[in-house]
Design a protein around this ligand. Structure first.
Ligand code: HEM
Length: 156
């Protein structure tokens, strides 16, 4: 089950990245043309939030059950984990960055849920853009020193 969820976690990254890029473009266009938020915008934002929250649940499971999160801190001690770049990335940096990104996505989507004017487009645009930057910086891309993982699940 753990491997299946890791596979899903890896794949879902592409769904989130795609939906984020589409949402950012739509809100930028809405912002500049001053059109109201429409049903299409809301649908993309909703799917984005559901994907992000699914990722959070899978990630929390991995962090608490797998060997890279809580167990790494328990087995090695916080001082050792903080001094080791690879251990620190998995136990602290990945979860912190991704939690921040998921909060940004949730707040951005909330803005669009409450209002439909150009101001809502603007808020969603900035929150989603920030989330995209944080996610891109926090993904364990292949080739990242010590923490690189496959670009697609199962591709080595
Ligand atoms: C948008 C959010 C997220 C993205 C894009 C993302 C992306 C990834 C990727 C690409 C991997 C490597 C998968 C592989 O080895 O094939 C990974 C692993 C991992 N992620 Fe995330 N992640 C996100 C959120 C989270 C969150 C919120 C947590 C913790 C609460 C988390 C915990 C983990 C852990 C512990 C691993 C390593 C699991 C293992 O190898 O046993 N992730 N993540």
């Amino acid at each position: 089950m753990y491997n299946g969820l890791l596979y899903l976690h890896s794949l879902l990254r592409w769904v989130i990245l795609l939906l984020l890029v589409i949402a950012i473009i739509r809100h930028l266009a809405g912002m500049t043309s001053k059109r109201l938020v429409n049903a299409g915008d809301k649908k993309i934002d909703l799917f984005l939030m559901i994907s992000a929250h699914t990722m959070l649940v899978i990630g929390l499971y991995q962090w608490f059950v797998g060997g890279y999160g809580l167990k790494s801190i328990q087995n090695n001690g916080m001082a050792v984990v903080m001094k080791n770049a690879v251990m620190r990335y998995w136990a602290i940096e990945h979860i912190t960055g991704m939690l921040l990104a998921i909060i940004l996505i949730t707040v951005g989507r909330g803005a669009v849920k409450r209002a439909t004017d150009a101001g809502a487009h603007k808020k969603a645009f900035w929150f989603f853009l920030l989330a995209l930057i944080v996610i891109l910086a926090t993904i364990p891309w292949p080739g990242r020193m010590g923490v690189g993982r496959p670009i697609f699940p199962g591709v080595h």
